[in-house]
Design a protein around this ligand. Structure first.
Ligand code: C2E
Ligand code: CA
Ligand code: CA
Ligand code: CA
Length: 275
């Protein structure tokens, strides 16, 4: 009654209010970015054991006027929370398919594969397979050149639906790579049920390979397991010649990392990567 005003509950502290305001500003800016074409795919090359370029991973960048280049860790989490990851992820797939088609039209790039990252929400859309099919058809890209990178947590979240979804997409000719492999909890028997073509060894295992015998043992175990399951393996985050040599000697024949080339805009693709 009389002193209701005094005992009023404050729901948000000023600091919280500021955080909410900046989240809302960022959400508005993300929406704007889609409309204004501020997203860009960077391409990081992948190589085989003979130093030949075999493909690339497409990595998302946000070029916000006045702020420069923004990395995914700064905006993907909010995009996932708000659902904006759906149109953004669709843009990534459409852009990747167009790039594949452009590569296929040139003799020296026609064999390249392109991998893109898919977030949980994007992957679990009921019509995701139909969307991939439509994007391939619109662009004219060869489905066999497209690879989708999923993490274990994406697949583990509703595993039955995920496996079903993967089979539908695989039937289009598209392949799957399990990203950040080794950081999750997948058991061997579980892994066997997934229609994967590739495991991607997480870069944290490579970092200390020279000094930590456990990491070296984990990498060798992943390679042995992949061989017995008939899966390809690619190592990410290869930064040094010593890491490349260790991987090569352990039987890993595909590599990605700063040692070979950083992610770059497509215009820099030929000058910035080896081969
Ligand atoms: P990720 O899929 O594990 O991508 C590899 C990250 O490692 C990339 O960071 C890449 O730039 C970086 N990297 C590559 N080589 C090296 C190396 O030799 N050393 C080190 N230290 N780092 C290296 P980036 O581009 O900042 O992307 C971070 C994460 O954002 C990605 O991790 C992925 O989870 C997510 N992401 C990127 N693009 C997309 C996208 O289009 N959609 C979705 N949903 N997620 C994306
Ligand atoms: Ca990835
Ligand atoms: Ca990764
Ligand atoms: Ca990662």
């Amino acid at each position: 009654a009389k002193d209701a005003g005094r005992n009023r509950v404050r729901f948000f502290s000023p600091a919280m209010q500021t955080a909410i305001d900046s989240r809302m500003a960022m959400e508005a800016a993300l929406r704007q970015a889609l409309l204004q074409g501020e997203f860009q795919l960077f391409y990081q090359p992948q190589f085989d054991q003979n130093g030949r370029r075999i493909g690339a991973e497409g990595l998302l960048r946000w070029r916000q006027p006045g702020r420069g280049l923004i990395l995914p860790m700064e905006f993907i989490p909010l995009a996932e929370e708000t659902g904006l990851i759906l149109p953004i992820g669709q843009w990534v797939i459409d852009t990747a398919c167009d790039q594949l088609k452009a590569w296929e039209d040139q003799a020296h790039t026609r064999f390249l594969q392109l991998a893109v990252n898919v977030s949980a929400r994007q992957f679990h859309q009921p019509d995701f397979a139909a969307r991939i099919r439509a994007s391939l058809k619109r662009s004219g890209a060869n489905p066999e050149r497209l690879k989708l990178e999923l993490t274990e947590s994406v697949v583990l979240e509703n595993a039955e639906a995920a496996i079903n979804q993967m089979h539908q997409i695989k039937a289009l000719g598209v392949s799957f790579s399990l990203d950040d492999f080794g950081t999750g909890y997948s058991s061997l028997s579980y892994l066997k049920r997934l229609p994967l073509s590739q495991l991607k060894i997480d870069r944290t295992f490579l970092r200390d390979i020279g000094t930590d015998p456990n990491d070296a043992a984990i990498v060798r175990a992943i390679l042995a397991m992949s061989r017995s399951l008939g899966l390809e393996v690619i190592a990410e985050g290869v930064e040094t010649e010593a890491q490349r040599r260790f991987l090569h000697e352990s039987g890993c024949h595909a590599y990605q990392g700063y040692f070979f080339g950083k992610p770059n805009p497509i215009e820099d693709w030929d000058t910035a990567s080896r081969s």
